[in-house]
Design a protein around this ligand. Structure first.
Ligand code: FES
Length: 585
């Protein structure tokens, strides 16, 4: 590594000085059994590992971290793995989303506080990926992401399953009486056959695909299955590249540009991806000072055909998408709609990364001139019921319900819904519009994935499988149905959702981007003025911090104080470095 002598390594601020401070820093590393040689003029690559036995999707990350280390060592760097909190979608309550910003803070401050020249982010399960990206964007030290890959396809009685998508379907069939509890118990043993994130285009696969479109991972790596040998090889290559990035960049702020976000949104629409990605991209953009707006999603959706046939917006799983060329092949087909000259972690342009990808196979990936849908998967609606906007995943909705007028059936919160949804006295028909409030960022809190409200059992038994549902909640990326989500502002802060009463007419018109409570505005205002704000659910601790600072869905639900300030200077070195070493990194 003699050729790296005098290169502007950030870690040299810790290790280079021949004084007491440098002594203390070097002995801390040597106490772990490393020689002095290991840290002399050598790029230090941190591996931010979100492995946890509480997060099944990331359970293989210790092996991936070893492969990353191998790559770092091959390239002459020193790999140092560190843990951060991890967010498991299935087990965390009330919702992993409540802790996304906490994990982002953990990642940001770990990067800034330690002597790291570059960082490999290991993320997979839904919220781990945006949390890592957000934290890394704020720290602005060179980072490269390695995502965990989708788990193996599950099979149940010979039928391929999407982990979440088919669980929701079979749960409805159980309530409809078309399958038995024994059938459902048998499904439980088949649903998740391996490590890796959910196998369809749920939030995790959407976000990992977006990582590739943003240029934040090596090209071609997003959809490699979790257990495939190529994922470990990708980990090794990522480690090698991290060493180069430690010396030459680029930094996240050079990659996460307006063009990169346009590319990410274009991919989101083309794959029929998760509505959760809207919230995460709004938050990530604000970390780099870009005021991305909800309407940008709609604009790009209108010009972007859906060309990927993966559940819940299609038939296949991400494994088949990988076999058809993966996200690189999708990006290549989208080339006319992309900013191909956007910079990536490779130091090259996005278009160079997908240039060698195969042409569409016509089944899993189709061509732009023969799309599965003429427009993108997600639409934005506004109106008297959602003044600051709401979203709908139209690619997973029922076409006949995208224009609908029906009477509201209102649930105060998820507990009220649980008590009454199957009440035989509930006045409801298939034309009713189910409304759930107090499920947003502050109201729930944490904006859980409660937006796919269950169809009442008696309607399920009549064969009804979809209804218009409206809430200030989110929805699992694996879910489906005509569900209006992320209504903003939420009911708990006085949004008009709080004013809806049973029987009020609600009008949805997705084509014209409208969502209205069809009663006079004065009546909406009068009702809202009479409502006492709900009591905060937390009075202390992180929950209190969350309630005091979380932004609304149309701004990404980040904490207001974590968004980049207009006059903020890069602060890549921590306070408290006291040596006299004068190099810049
Ligand atoms: Fe982790 Fe779906 S539960 S990605």
């Amino acid at each position: 590594m003699s050729d790296t002598e005098n290169l502007p390594l950030r870690s040299a601020h810790w290790f280079a000085p021949h004084d007491l401070t440098g002594f203390i820093h070097r002995t801390a590393i040597q106490a772990e059994g490393f020689s002095k040689f290991a840290i002399e003029n050598r790029p230090v690559v941190g591996i931010a590992n979100s492995w946890s036995e509480l997060v099944n999707c990331n359970i293989h990350f210790k092996l991936l971290a070893e492969a990353v280390k191998r790559g770092v060592l091959m390239a002459g760097g020193l790999p140092l793995e560190f843990p951060t909190i991890s967010l498991g979608e299935s087990l965390m309550k009330p919702t992993a989303m409540e802790f996304r910003n906490l994990m982002a803070m953990d990642v940001e401050e770990s990067i800034r506080a330690y002597p790291l020249d570059a960082i490999v982010l290991l993320g997979g399960c839904d919220k781990t990926v945006p949390a890592q990206l957000m934290g890394a964007a704020s720290a602005d030290v060179p980072v490269i992401m390695l995502t965990g890959g989708p788990q193996e396809p599950a099979f149940f009685r010979g039928r391929q399953l999407g982990v979440g998508t088919d669980t929701w379907k079979y749960a409805d069939e159980l309530r409809a009486g078309t399958i038995t509890q024994d059938d459902f118990d048998e499904l439980e043993g088949s649903a998740k056959p391996s490590a890796g994130h959910c196998s369809e285009m749920g939030t995790a696969s959407t976000m990992t695909s977006i990582v590739e479109a943003l240029g934040m991972c090596l090209p071609g790596t997003a959809s490699i299955p979790a257990v495939h040998a190529r994922r470990a090889a990708a980990a090794e290559a990522t480690g090698r590249r991290a060493v180069e990035m430690a010396l030459h960049g680029p930094r996240p702020s050079e990659i996460l540009t307006e063009q990169a976000f346009d590319n990410a949104i274009t991919l989101l629409m083309a794959v029929g991806g998760s509505t959760n990605a809207v919230v995460h991209l709004l938050a990530l953009a604000r970390r780099v000072g870009y005021e991305l707006q909800l309407d940008r999603f709609h604009e790009i959706s209108q010009r972007t055909p859906r060309i990927v046939n993966v559940r819940p917006s299609g038939e296949h799983l991400v494994k088949q998408l990988f076999d058809a060329g993966g996200i690189s092949a999708v990006l290549k087909e989208l080339d006319p709609l992309l900013h191909g000259d956007a910079l990536t972690v490779t130091g090259e342009r996005l278009a160079e990364g997908y240039a060698a990808a195969p042409a569409p196979d016509g089944d899993v990936i189709t061509s732009l001139d023969k799309p599965f849908d003429a427009t993108g998967g997600i639409a934005v609606v506004r109106g008297s019921l959602a003044p600051r906007g709401a979203v709908i995943k139209r690619s997973a909705a029922s076409a006949e319900l995208l224009s609908h007028r029906g009477p509201a059936v209102v649930f105060e919160d998820i507990y009220d819904m649980g008590r009454r949804i199957d009440d035989p006295d509930l006045t409801i028909t298939e034309d009713s519009v189910l409304v759930l409030r107090n499920s947003g960022p502050k109201g729930a809190p944490g904006m859980p994935e409660w937006g796919m409200l269950p169809i009442p059992e008696r309607l399920l038994r009549k064969g009804v499988r979809d209804m218009v549902r409206i809430s200030d909640a989110r929805m699992s990326g694996t879910a489906f149905g005509t569900t209006i989500l992320h209504v903003s502002p939420e009911s708990a802060v006085g949004g008009p959702l709080a004013a809806v009463r049973d029987g009020d007419p609600i009008v949805l018109d997705v084509e014209n981007q409208r969502l209205d409570l069809d009663i006079p505005h004065e009546e909406i205002d009068r009702r809202l003025a009479e409502i006492d704000p709900p009591k905060p659910k937390y009075r202390r601790g992180y929950g209190r911090l969350f309630l005091d600072h979380v932004t609304q869905a149309d701004e990404g639900c980040d904490f207001d104080f974590l968004q980049k300030l207009p006059d903020e200077e890069p602060q890549t070195l921590p306070l408290g470095l006291t040596s006299g070493w004068q190099g810049g990194w």
